[in-house]
Design a protein around this ligand. Sequence first.
Ligand code: PLP
Length: 369
Amino acid sequence: MALGHWHHLNVSKNRVVVLEHSYHGDTIGTMSVGERGVFNKPYNPLLFSVESIPFPKRGSQQVTLDALESKCSKSQDIAAFIVEPLVLGAGGMLMYGTDILKAMKEICERYDVLFIADEVMTAWGRTGTMFACERAEVVPDIACYSKGITGGFIPLAVTMCHERIFKSHYSKDKSKTFFHSSSYTANPIACAVAAANLEMWLEGDVLSQVKRVAQMQEQKLHEMSQLECLVNLRRTGTINAMDVLVTDSGYLSEIGSQLYLKFQQSGILLRPLGNTIYVLPPYCMTQEDFNTVYDVIADAVLELTEWSDRFMRLSDTSDSMRLQALEVFERTVLARTATACECSPQCNVRQLPSDVPCCIGALALLPAV
Ligand SMILES: Cc1ncc(COP(=O)(O)O)c(C=O)c1O
């Protein structure tokens, strides 16, 4: 739509600027504007090239703004900047401030670059206001909404645009038509659900529920900050996220699937992004629900890291620390899960099950103490 806009105005702008670690979907187009990596490597030959700017990490936000300004000012062909406002979801629940979002929009305005807000995850109260852009007083040129638009119950997505983009496609010249849609465009059932949801937003007091959930999240974040094995605890609106301290951090971290399994066994549906645990609760959650969820998280994290925490400290090990770590290993892992090696009755080596964190794999080779 952004490219169509410039094309219909006879302006030669066709490149897109993106933010590092972004996720916008799984089509060739959306993968092209998302973070490149193991997830989309097979499709690399088909992905189009984009301009990427660094994520605005705390303390180096100006680097991001300077990079955006430099990309927009140096080349005349930048059509649009696409961004997940305030929270980058699949990229690791990375959060940044409203001032940065606002500054990014101002830069785009200065160079007539369209500002596309991907609010698929952040809209409908998630960040504390109905839309994340609202918090930064930003009005995007194009906005993408989904998930919460039907309360998450039925698939529906909406792409909205500023009137000037609508107008550039609105013509008696049929070649300017916006030709694109999908099989289920404006599906009546999905739209009815969205309309019912909107009614609740307009008539009910959803934002006070959002505020209540945000407060409970803040309280829980504070409680979780007492656990040494959790770092980077963060919240934006109703979204809490925290990273488990591991040696292989990232989306492919071993601990992700182990946590997922433990959460599932405890009746909680949480899907960690590698070693990042996030809680994105429905707004009807009660205090008891929150207590249950975070008790489960604390138990799982403690169980899976008690041993690896100590293992990490083995790098400056003394014999006594090493023995202590082995003792923890024996108590927390072997006693519960390992099976005896059956090579001979005298052998006292025990074998680890395959779901034990990889960082303790090295010690699996040691005889049990
Ligand atoms: C921010 C964001 N954008 C885009 C998408 C992709 O949406 P869809 O799966 O509907 O294409 C997602 C999905 O999780 C998302 O979180």
